[in-house]
Every structure is written in structure tokens, then in C-alpha cells.
Ligand binder design. Structure first.
Ligand SMILES: Nc1ncnc2c1ncn2[C@@H]1O[C@H](COP(=O)(O)OP(=O)(O)OP(=O)(O)O)[C@@H](O)[C@H]1O
Ligand SMILES: [Mg+2]
Length: 460
């Protein structure tokens, strides 16, 4: 039950308020400032109804003192007449609202319950914002290789500036997480972070998505719609896959970058917004430039601060750290307690090329942890495809160094791919043969030769 403290020197007012509120709230009473302070100290009431005229101390002074001690308390002033001057003063000191005598019962109850729900909402927003800051702060963004350290440093240096950032990297390397880190570490963090994936929106709609449209601008434009640039006002707009934009749309973005303004589709009014642009691409824009697929002037405009994220295979030193990070994350989400990775599993992961980069690693760890019953990740919990490729990588080295014969390596490869196919089709040999493009007879022959049977599926 929420609690209310009523501070008023007139016994009649105290009593009538108490009668109105006692069914829904725990009610405390005080007839002067001194009692009010005692009650606040003892009960920390959620709401305080405070008479502006008290015998021992000015109500505004009381308000000020209470707010110092209990900044989250909702204080409503009670007055006989509403004067603007005291109203303004009380609001400045942190009063939530005013109620004037005589009270209207329904109105009073409504004001109080509304104040309480606003307070609950504010608390939630505060909590969510802190969570958000945490998740996009640096704690959830790991890396210790030299390049990643440099990237962290750059983010810190440029977060507060307005410069356009161009993030380049293969799929899954962390382009989006980096752009979020820039936004949430900048002085724009309390304004929107808006994303748009240029590759996911059809060419005919992209302009209206970015810049909005007026009612009637085209057949389906039944209402005015704000574009992402407008929504992102004072915040950051993340333009993902910028290499996919048509030359026409590129021209409009260039205009925005040069003049900070644009028109909605079908609109004649010029709209100005304050938006920081972060663009990302997994394409080589310089190649696109040469082929005429990307405007040179736009390229130089967006490439003010370039951030190049190397693929995971070029910074394998980050793998153990990322593993640790994702193991913790998915342990928590799935209430598991995986602690380490076996030496063999670690070796396989270090030898693998990670074509899907960090995202592939993250998805893999999630799957392994969901299915895991041990506290250590074992090699046989990793997918065949990873094991095979990884072993192949290791094998290549071994063959070239004469540690393993070519024929033995060939066998290893065959074994891996056959096991992979069999596992995919639940050991239905005819399906596996079809998948591998050989006859069932040949598959059977190879399986016999390599000693593969149903049991091998379990321990590979
Ligand atoms: N250094 C890192 N630390 C922790 N998590 C990371 C890191 N890099 C990437 N991730 C995680 O990997 C996943 C992929 O990252 P993100 O979506 O940022 O990649 P991307 O480069 O935008 O990929 P795509 O080009 O496919 O959109 C996300 O879940 C992200 O949280
Ligand atoms: Mg992305």
C-alpha cells in the first residue's frame, strides 16, 4: 500500500483528507513542520500533501527541506487561493502540483493516483536508461587485440563530435554494436538512436523512409509520415549497408550532409534537423566508386572518420575473450553454469576461419550452452562443419610440414564430410548419398572403408 502524509495545521482539513484517502492509502498526519519532518524521516511517505501556510515554518521552506532529504517524494502543495508567484516558486523547488481548498474528492484522488503512476514510470525510464547505458557502454563490447583497442580509443575521442563516421567490416564483425557504442557514449545519448538498413528496403520506398512524405505524395501516402532523419533529431542515424543506395538517394543524403536540410517526399517545406550520421558497409566502397556505383563526393563526405573492423580471423587473439564474454552471457540467459572450454575445443576454434565473424561465434556459443550438460565445452559439442574446416586448416599445415601423409588427410576429409551429411539427414543413407552427389553404393563402400557407422555419429 502506498502512503500519504498530510501536513496541515487545521484539524478539519486533516480529517477530511484522511477520510477521503484512508481506504486506498496508509495515511500519516502532521500539524506543523516539526511533526512533518519527523513523519518523513520515519515513514518516507510516497506522497506528501503540504499546506503552504504552517504555524512554525513557511510551507515552501518545508518543501525545500523535504526535497533535499527525499528527492523522489511527490509533494503537493495545499493552498486556499492559488497565487502565481508561490505556485512558480513551489514548482521550482520541486513540488509536483497544487491542490486548492476546498477539495473535490474525485479530482484529488485522480491527481494522487496519476502522480503515483508518473512516478513509477519515471523510475522505470531511469532504470531502463541505466540498463541501456550499461549494455551499450564498453562492458559488453570486448576485444584486446591492438586494432580493437585502437577502435575503442577512436570511439572515445569522436563520440561527442558531430563528424560523420564510416564503419567498414565484413558481416558480423560488430558494425552495429560499434555505432551504438558511439551513440551511447556521446552527448546525444538521451536522444534517439535510429537505424535503417538500406539493403532491406525496396528502392521505391527508401526515400520516403529516410525523409518522410506528405499526404498524397504517392498512391499509398494516405497520411503524412515522418522519415528516419526527422525521428533521429538531436540523436544519431545509423545508415546500414550504405553501399546499397541508388545514386539518386545518395544525392539527397549528400544534400543533407552539406546543408543539414531536406524535403519530405511530395513536400515543398524545407526541414532542418540536427542528426549525426553513422554509415556502415560490408562492401569495398572504393571499388564501387570506380564502377560508378557510388558518388565520389558523398564518399568523401561520409568518410570523415573511418573505422575499419578487421574480420575475426585476422584478430584471433580476441577469440578467448569473446568466448568468455558469450559464455557468461548465455549462462545467465539460460541458467547454465558452463565454466571453461576444453583444450581440444579451443584449438579447433582457434584454427577455424569464422566466415560469419563474431556473430557466428556468438550463435555457436548460444547453441552449445543451451544444449550443454557439462561445465566444460567439449570438442564433440562443436558442429561438424567447424570441426572439419578447422581440422582441414590444421591438416594443411601438417601435410606441408610432412607430419601427416596426404592420403591420411584425404581420408580425414572424407570422413568429416560424410559424417556431416549423415548427421544432417538423421542417418538416412540414401538422402546423404544424394546430398553428396554419389550413389548409395559408393557411399556405403566409403563408409565401410572408413569404418563409419551409426556409433561414429555420437563420438565425432
Ligand atoms: N567486440 C564485440 N564484443 C561483443 N560482442 C560483439 C562484438 N562484436 C560483435 N559482437 C556481437 O556480434 C553480433 C554481430 O554484431 P553486429 O550486428 O554489430 O555486426 P555487423 O557488422 O553489423 O553485421 P552485419 O554486417 O551482418 O549487419 C552482435 O550480436 C554483437 O553484439
Ligand atoms: Mg549490421
Amino acid at each position: 500500500m502506498k502512503s500519504v502524509l498530510i501536513v496541515d495545521d487545521e484539524v478539519g482539513t486533516r480529517e477530511s483528507l484522511r477520510m477521503i484517502l484512508k481506504n486506498d492509502y496508509e495515511v500519516f498526519l502532521a500539524k506543523n513542520a516539526e511533526e512533518a519532518f519527523l513523519q518523513v524521516k520515519e515513514h518516507s511517505p510516497d506522497i506528501i500533501l503540504l499546506d503552504i501556510i504552517l504555524p512554525d515554518l513557511d510551507g515552501l521552506k518545508v518543501l525545500e527541506k523535504i526535497k533535499q532529504k527525499e528527492p523522489d517524494a511527490i509533494v503537493m502543495m495545499i493552498t486556499a487561493t492559488r497565487t502565481v508567484k508561490t505556485a512558480v516558486e513551489a514548482m521550482k523547488l520541486g513540488a509536483y502540483d497544487y491542490i486548492t481548498k476546498p477539495f473535490d474528492t474525485d479530482e484529488l484522488c485522480l491527481i494522487i493516483s496519476r502522480a503515483l503512476s508518473t512516478q513509477a514510470m519515471e523510475k522505470e525510464v531511469k532504470y531502463l536508461r541505466e540498463e541501456m547505458d550499461k549494455s551499450f557502454g564498453f562492458e559488453n563490447f570486448v576485444g584486446k587485440s591492438g586494432v580493437m583497442e585502437d577502435i575503442f580509443k577512436i570511439i572515445g575521442q569522436i563520440a561527442d563530435s558531430k563528424s560523420t563516421v564510416l564503419i567498414m567490416g565484413e558481416s558480423g564483425t560488430g558494425k552495429e554494436i560499434i555505432s551504438r557504442a558511439i551513440h551511447y557514449n556521446s552527448n546525444r545519448r538521451n536522444f534517439p538512436f535510429v537505424t535503417i538498413n538500406c539493403a532491406a528496403i525496396p528502392e521505391t520506398l527508401i526515400e520516403s523512409e529516410l525523409f518522410g512524405h506528405e499526404k498524397g505524395a504517392f498512391t499509398n501516402a494516405i497520411e503524412r509520415k515522418l522519415g528516419r532523419f526527422e525521428v533521429a533529431h538531436q540523436g544519431t542515424l545509423f545508415l546500414d549497408e550504405i553501399g546499397e543506395l541508388s545514386l539518386a538517394t545518395q544525392a539527397k543524403i549528400l544534400r543533407f550532409l552539406e546543408e543539414k536540410e531536406f524535403n519530405r517526399v511530395g513536400g515543398s517545406k524545407t526541414i532542418k534537423v540536427d542528426v549525426r550520421l553513422i554509415a556502415a558497409t560490408n562492401k569495398d566502397l572504393t571499388q564501387l566508386l570506380k564502377k560508378g556505383g557510388f558518388r565520389e563526393d558523398l564518399y568523401y563526405r561520409i568518410n570523415v572518420v573511418p573505422i575499419i573492423i578487421p574480420p575475426l580471423r585476422e584478430r584471433k587473439g580476441d577469440i578467448p575473450l569473446l568466448l568468455d564474454h558469450f559464455i557468461k552471457k548465455f549462462n545467465k540467459e539460460n541458467k547454465k553454469n558452463v565454466k571453461t572450454v576444453s583444450k581440444e575445443a579451443m584449438e579447433l576454434m582457434m584454427n577455424y576461419e569464422w566466415p560469419g565473424n563474431v556473430r557466428e561465434l556468438e550463435n555457436l556459443i548460444e547453441r552449445v550452452i543451451v544444449l550443454s550438460a557439462n561445465d566444460q565445452i567439449q570438442a564433440n559439442e562443436l558442429p561438424f562443419s567447424l570441426i572439419n574446416v578447422s581440422k582441414m586448416n590444421g591438416l594443411k599445415e601438417y601435410i606441408l610440414n610432412g607430419k601427416v601423409s596426404f592420403l591420411k588427410a584425404e581420408e580425414e576429409f572424407e570422413r568429416g564430410i560424410i559424417l556431416d551429411a549423415l548427421k544432417k539427414v538423421n542417418y538416412i543413407q540414401s538422402h546423404a548419398a544424394e546430398m553428396l552427389g554419389v550413389s548409395r553404393r559408393i557411399l556405403k563402400y566409403k563408409m565401410d572403408k572408413l569404418g563409419i557407422n551409426r556409433e561414429s555419429l555420437k563420438d565425432s
